[in-house]
Design a protein around this ligand. Structure first.
Ligand SMILES: Cc1cc2nc3c(=O)[nH]c(=O)nc-3n(C[C@H](O)[C@H](O)[C@H](O)COP(=O)(O)O)c2cc1C
Length: 174
């Protein structure tokens, strides 16, 4: 059994727009006593020697990016928690959809302990993506409201909510 003090922690993120990176940095700060390794998945491979992985990503096209899903196959027997940012928000239904997608890519002996989604504001690329969706005419009002509401996120409250969700799992990690 591994003492929590000796647990090797890896925080990795895929965040072209920087929103998820900002949450990853705040997590790393909160967990600094555990000396987490912080990995930017756009430029570095995921190390395989950690005991617990906190994996973050910006949702794209209703999905966890392939760049993240592809790295999961290397995590045999590992435990992990996921966090993401998404413009459309954080409903249980939306989280469940993305959680199921991640589960399909995990090795059978890996354990996914949870996924937490925060709101994330749109980059120019994201705005263009949603303008394209809006031009299809479906759910226009809902989309327009959600796009307005995502600005300013993730904020300190989002980071606190993520921490509240993760801390139980991390302190229970053995
Ligand atoms: C190409 C593209 C597609 C996106 N698709 C979605 C989507 O399907 N659902 C959603 O809620 N947000 C979507 N977004 C918004 C991002 O999830 C949101 O801005 C997120 O915070 C980006 O994370 P990052 O800044 O860490 O890269 C999309 C953004 C881009 C650029």
């Amino acid at each position: 059994m591994l003492h929590p003090q000796n647990m090797k922690l890896c925080i990795a993120y895929h965040s072209p727009g920087g929103n998820t990176r900002s949450l990853a940095f705040k997590l790393a700060h909160r967990l600094k006593e555990k000396e987490p390794v912080l990995i930017d998945l756009e430029i570095e491979p995921l190390p395989t020697d950690a005991d617990l992985y906190l994996l973050g990503f910006g949702v794209r096209r209703n999905s966890c990016p392939m760049a993240v899903l592809d790295t999961l196959k290397s995590l045999h027997g590992k435990r992990m928690l996921f966090f993401g940012t998404a413009a459309l928000g954080t409903s249980e239904e939306y989280s469940a959809r993305i959680r199921n997608q991640i589960l399909a890519f995990l090795p059978e002996d890996a354990v996914m302990s949870g996924l937490w989604l925060s709101r994330g504001s749109l980059s120019e690329e994201g705005r263009n993506y949603f303008l394209e969706q809006l031009s299809s005419g479906d759910h226009t009002e809902v989309y327009e409201r959600m796009i307005r509401e995502c600005y300013g996120h993730p904020d300190d409250k989002d980071a606190d909510a993520l921490w509240e969700f993760f801390r139980t799992f991390i302190s229970e990690e053995k």
